[in-house]
Design a protein around this ligand. Structure first.
Ligand code: NDP
Length: 240
């Protein structure tokens, strides 16, 4: 029987790349998204992967969403990829509390929400694979991103703690910290700043979504059963 995989924020960018890679590798895949129904429809049309809308920052919505995915795919979640994320950049002295809360809730509380719902069944089955998408900026900090950096660093701590709680239950939890990857999120960066960023990347270019997706495939595979609580950086040598 196919393993069931759920990717949050899986209709665009890195999440879409991960979902396609899992689908091609033989997993039964569903993706979640928030509000861009047009992108979700075109993703599902292109890939045949079903997409379900809910806000990962909302615990009750996650609970209902996971239930819908499980009945659509005919089983419990074996593989969970917590990928959904947002930015609301501003210097701290200009950041409003709503932007702080929005970024923390969407990037970090969402990971609690989804794991809290999915992990009990994984513990019962004594099997599970979770990959949380952090960021290079969660490891080193970034100007204008106290909210995002705090959330992504929080994911690292969360991953390590939950990995310890789950290690004896056949569940691995790891994080990936991508550097700059070409997606809608990085499209918003102004071209002069983009050039400055590329100058700081030893490989000399932004990463591609498939380069993150391939690492996810490895971490969720059976051969990675002894890897848990780790953070894998994928950043073209930018930060070691
Ligand atoms: P995109 O902006 O391209 O896509 C984001 C996806 O997340 C969309 O599917 C979006 O749905 C979904 N999403 C956003 N908010 C919510 C929500 N509240 N509930 C459910 N789904 C939501 O992002 P990227 O692909 O660039 O980034 C993916 C992840 O990788 C993020 O966690 C990001 O922080 C991280 N990352 C990205 C890097 C990069 O360079 N791109 C670098 C390091 C980390 P909808 O279409 O409905 O809006």
């Amino acid at each position: 029987m196919k393993k069931i995989a759920l990717v949050s924020g899986g209709t665009r960018g890195i999440g879409a790349g991960i979902a396609k890679a899992l689908n091609n590798a033989g997993y039964a895949v569903a993706v979640n998204y928030n509000s861009n129904a047009a992108a979700a429809q075109s993703f599902s049309k292109e890939t045949g992967i079903p997409a379900f809308s809910w806000d990962v920052a909302d615990f009750d919505a996650c609970e209902a969403g996971v239930m819908t995915v499980c009945s659509a795919l005919g089983g419990d979640i074996d593989v969970l990829i917590n990928n959904a994320g947002v930015i609301r950049d501003a210097m701290l002295h200009k950041m409003d509390p709503a932007s702080w809360r929005f970024v923390l809730e969407t990037n970090l509380t969402s990971v609690f929400n989804m794991c809290r719902i999915v992990v009990p069944k994984m513990r019962e089955k004594q099997y599970g694979r979770i990959v949380n998408i952090s960021s290079i900026n969660g490891l080193r900090g970034q100007v204008g991103q106290t909210n995002y950096t705090a959330a992504k660093a929080g994911i690292v701590g969360f991953t390590k703690a939950l990995a310890l709680e789950s290690a004896a239950k056949g569940i691995t939890i790891n994080a990936i910290a991508p550097g700059y990857i070409s997606t809608d999120m990085t499209e918003t960066i102004k071209s002069d700043i983009l050039e400055q960023i590329v100058d700081t990347i030893p490989v000399g270019r932004f990463g591609r979504v498939d380069e993150v997706a391939n690492a996810v495939l490895f971490l969720v595979g059976d051969t990675a059963a002894f890897i848990t609580g780790m953070v894998l950086s994928i950043n073209g040598g930018q930060y070691m």
